[in-house]
Design a protein around this ligand. Sequence first.
Ligand code: NAD
Length: 372
Amino acid sequence: MPIQTFKIAALAGDGIGPEVMRQAILVLRAIEKPFNASFAISEAPVGWAGIDAAGKALPDSTLALCKSSDAILFGSVGLPDRDPTIPKEERPERAALLRIRKEFGLYANLRPVKLHAPLAHACPLNADRQAGGIDVLVVRELTGGMYFGQPKKTELVSEGVHRAIDTMVYTTPEIERIAHVAFKAARLRRKRVTSIDKANVLENGVLWREVVTRVGKSYGDVALEHMFVDNAAMQLMLRPSQFDVMLCENMFGDILSDEAAALAGSLGMLPSASLGAGSGERVFGFYEPAGGTAPDIAGKNLANPIAQILSAAMMLRFSFGMEAAASAVEKAVATAIHSGLRTGDIYSATDPAAKRTTTTEMGATIAAAITA
Ligand code: NAD
């Protein structure tokens, strides 16, 4: 089989970004030979690193690199203590992240939450509630709904009385394309989609349910159920094992993905993907850890690189169609966890098998555990 080649823009950003990115690149290098792939990885500054290098959070050369790449592997941006006088729209969180989202039409956000059995202590749920395991993928629509619908304004209706208006809007094509993402992702997992809505109250919910049901008919191998959002929030706490893929509109997904994230115990374990338009297996995507730049531990070799490494695994799966390689990375992460290695965020002094480790040792162990 000919070698597959992919171009990756690696934007490490600020804080712990460069430390964890190095470990993800190490793991990608370990994938190349056994999986017959070649990654052209180009690094470029973003965030405060971009401002320092080129005066902008997203320098033009960095954006150009992203446009000529198959996917973006992103660290995190933002340092709360840096220059508070810089205008909001020029700050890295806005100028880099929102610009990239817009530029690449990223409409689907995927957040997997998996609790590894040896980390059960880090989960806020008791053992009974963890029964059956926690392995959920939240698929969130990212560009529609209440956050963007018009009209969106606050107006004065009478003296001293204001009225704020946000509008929830979805069109059939918007629902269809995110539903396809969820069903396709479910095919790579346990083949169950729970579609979340509020069809008992919202017109949007009725349309959402109708369209998702229709799209689901072309995925006969995937089971579909519908759940009201308030019940879903409760069920996540009561019996998370019932969920495989949760399909949500923008605001419900925003809230439920954070609720689900809390179940994994640490931000350092949580990857994410944001997918844009594309066809076939090469879907353009933006892959980043769920956490931020963690200034409190930056530069100390303490950060957990697993979120960044698992983000790279999602890139292999969703942008490069390399399912076996993605699974190999996830298996190597599980191997490292089961061996007892723990960065500070997942360490428990009461676990006799736990061995406190560094960013670099965790990364090297995972890279060494990669097998085809
Ligand atoms: P944070 O996620 O950076 O940190 C919250 C806590 O989680 C800290 O205690 C941190 O040490 C810990 N943590 C996060 N990632 C970790 C990891 N990989 N390993 C071990 N511990 C980890 O959130 P914050 O402190 O609110 O934000 C810091 C900066 O990051 C801010 O400037 C914020 O705007 C930015 N931020 C950026 C992104 C992004 O780039 N997408 C996301 C969130 C926050």
